[in-house]
Each structure stands twice: as structure tokens, then as C-alpha cells.
Design a protein around this ligand. Structure first.
Ligand code: FEO
Length: 170
């Protein structure tokens, strides 16, 4: 069954948001690199790869459904904070926004009765729970650390251990 035009448009809009996420985390990665916090750099590097995989997952899905992929311009990322804590507050806010947008895409699938798309989107809905939990965990630790430099370095070391596992989407 050909993909509904409204469904296709919702996917194309979300592809752009996932690429924007990649771009935002790439900018944040550079910021942590300037601060020589290389564990955080590693964490953002993996985040960047995950966002690209999220975008590509939808890109491939639209094509698989015989739809048309439309790529939009990616906005300039704005980093709002100037400390690790402020930046992670922004990351959590951003992921919560992405969750709301994924839910919107699922709402469209509901509206046009596209059950296949809903099943596909379940992966993203579950992934957002993980994304928010993982970011929330780092944020909570940063809040505990406060101004303690030793604590920050210990967290940096912990984040250096994160590894990228290419997601199997869908
Ligand atoms: Fe693609 Fe971080 O959600």
C-alpha cells in the first residue's frame, strides 16, 4: 500500500529533526573538546552516530514504502549553556522535544491508519525512553557533582567507556 502523503510528510519532517540532533550534538562535542573533557567527547560522538542512524532509519523506511524523501535545510545549532550541567539540561530538554515529535509522527500514523508505520515507530518510541533515561542519568550526576572538579573528572572517565552499538531499527 502506497504511503499516505501526510504520513510521508511527517517522516520527512522527523528526518530533518534527527539530522538537526546530530548537528546539535556535533556542536556540543566540539565544546567539550575545547574543555579537554574527552570522556564527554566520546559520549557525544556516540550520540552523533546514533542520531544519524535514527535519521537514516526513517529515510530508508520512506523509500522502502515507495515514498519520496525530501531533505530540508538543517538549522544552525545553538548551544545555550556554558557549563557541562547547563549543556546537559539543554540535551534533556531537546530529547523531550524529540520524544514529543516522535509521538506526533505516531499520531499521524494513527490518524491515517498506517499500522505498518506504527509498528516501525514503536522502536523510536522505546528508544526515546532510553535516550531520556541515559541523559537524565548524566544530568543527575552533574547536579550531584556541583563544583567538584574531581567528581567531574571521574564522570568524564566513566563516559569514556561508552561504546557505539549500531542500532537495529524497526
Ligand atoms: Fe534521535 Fe536522540 O533521538
Amino acid at each position: 500500500m502506497a504511503i499516505d502523503k501526510k504520513m510521508e510528510a511527517a517522516f520527512n519532517e522527523q528526518i530533518n529533526k534527527e539530522y538537526y540532533s546530530e548537528y546539535l550534538y556535533l556542536a556540543m562535542k566540539a565544546k567539550f573538546s575545547e574543555w579537554n573533557l574527552n570522556g564527554f567527547v566520546n559520549w557525544f560522538d556516540i550520540q552523533v552516530q546514533e542520531e544519524r542512524a535514527h535519521a537514516e532509519g526513517m529515510y530508508n523506511y520512506v523509500l522502502e514504502r515507495g515514498g519520496h524523501v525530501e531533505l530540508y535545510a538543517i538549522d544552525k545549532p545553538e548551544i545555550k549553556g556554558n557549563t557541562p550541567l547547563e549543556i546537559f539540561k539543554q540535551v534533556l530538554e531537546h530529547e523531550e522535544y524529540v520524544t514529543s515529535r516522535i509521538n506526533h509522527v505516531a499520531d499521524v500514523a494513527d490518524e491515517v491508519k498506517d499500522r505498518a508505520a506504527l509498528i516501525f515507530l514503536n522502536w523510536y518510541i522505546k528508544e526515546q525512553v532510553e535516550e531520556e533515561a541515559s541523559v537524565g542519568g548524566v544530568l543527575a550526576t552533574l547536579e550531584l557533582i556541583g563544583d567538584d572538579k574531581q567528581g567531574l573528572l571521574a564522570l568524564d572517565k566513566e563516559l569514556s567507556a561508552r561504546v557505539f552499538n549500531p542500532p537495529v531499527i524497526g
